[in-house]
Design a protein around this ligand. Sequence first.
Ligand SMILES: NC(=O)c1ccc[n+]([C@@H]2O[C@H](COP(=O)([O-])OP(=O)(O)OC[C@H]3O[C@@H](n4cnc5c(N)ncnc54)[C@H](O)[C@@H]3O)[C@@H](O)[C@H]2O)c1
Length: 439
Amino acid sequence: MLLYKKIAAKKEKIGVIGLGYVGMPIAVAFSKKASVIGFDVNEHKINLYRSGIDPTNEVGDKAISTCTVDFTSDETRLRDAKFHIVAVPTPVKPDHTPDLTPVENASHILGRNLSKNSIVVYESTVYPGVTEEICIPILESESGLKCGEDFKVGYSPERINPGDKVHRLETITKIVSGMDQETLDEIAKVYEMVVDAGVYRAESIRVAEAAKVIENSQRDINIAFMNELSIIFNRMGIDTKAVLDAAGTKWNFLKFAPGLVGGHCIGVDPYYLTYKAEQLGYHSQIILSGRQINDDMGKYIAENLIKSLIKTDVSIKNARVAILGFTFKENCPDTRNTKVIDIVNELKEYGITPIITDPIADVTETLREYNVIFKDIQDIQNMDAVILAVPHNEFKKLQKDDINKMFRNTNNCNKTIIDIKGLLDRQEYQSAGYIYWRL
Ligand SMILES: NC(=O)c1ccc[n+]([C@@H]2O[C@H](COP(=O)([O-])OP(=O)(O)OC[C@H]3O[C@@H](n4cnc5c(N)ncnc54)[C@H](O)[C@@H]3O)[C@@H](O)[C@H]2O)c1
């Protein structure tokens, strides 16, 4: 009997290694159709899941508490599974080169616990070659098994978009790849059990690895172009959003907007590609330029705020500045690699310690990683400037009165609003006399 049939019949189990924003939805989705062992090295996370709490908010507490995933931090439990999905982080080091430690560690763990006739599918975003050049040798040496004979390997990149309830695992076409035709078929059939949108069979593992890394690089470059336009139009005194709205009426004008590019995907994955290119003797021109522009936007925004405060005669040292939103993207609690911290750090250079509020950010992670403690939105009062940094749904509800209450009791011409993503009606605030600035 083929492996996917045994899985569907619950005669064999699926193991998911790494239960974060990607691994958890996969484990929960598969558990509706198959027996799933969910393994994570983080015991605290496993305990949260066992008590029915979803800190990522991707599947929700109810789905976690009612699902049948067998959560464990005991790696030997993986021996009970035959089809493994690896979804561990792939960050970059401070010098922007890939940090493959989690993928390597996961491969060591899996290798030690790999049984004959298993299939291992990597989902972590990597540069082309990582699965075959780095992961397979580790699996082989740890297990003493031979890849291609005793076990098979594939790669299936993850395309979910945290916080997005429309584009989910089930509704996004899943790229699958395998080391040979038979493996590809098995992997495709397994994913077809949960992905309603179907699978796309890539012609090789490297093609699938490359496809994922360029999807995010393309977004990064397009956003970088918008950010560059924003810098240019700012100098010209032209509103970028108004320009983009006008240009967007052309059928083939791509709809991107300027903004902060944070998180652990779009702002990181391009470095994986440029690293590998560099190893092969090619120095990226476009990808790295885009990265540079996007990485500098936090500083640029802070500098514009300072200019505005000077123009409005506010003493920089004593300026009271609030930041609304701290996560790397809207409606998602994840603060890893948020670029809002760049604004905070730049303002600190000027002696300003901003007050930050974020109703949905992961409070513990934020304190641990950035030493930032949030204030309640009601405590945002007597400000000279308010930065709307992340367009959470909660902030979309704010009315002009709510915004006004955040400021000092002074003329509107002394109140600066930095509306990074253009959440507010620019003309409404400008005609009321506020100093309004956006990218
Ligand atoms: N979050 C996204 O939006 C997204 C989207 C597409 C692709 N990806 C990619 O998917 C991968 C996972 O991302 P994520 O957002 O789920 O990360 P995450 O940090 O939310 O989750 C990863 C989990 O892996 C665990 N882990 C780390 N090392 C481990 C090991 N050796 N063995 C077992 N567990 C281990 C961590 O404890 C954590 O719970 C990354 O490569 C990322 O680039 C992420």
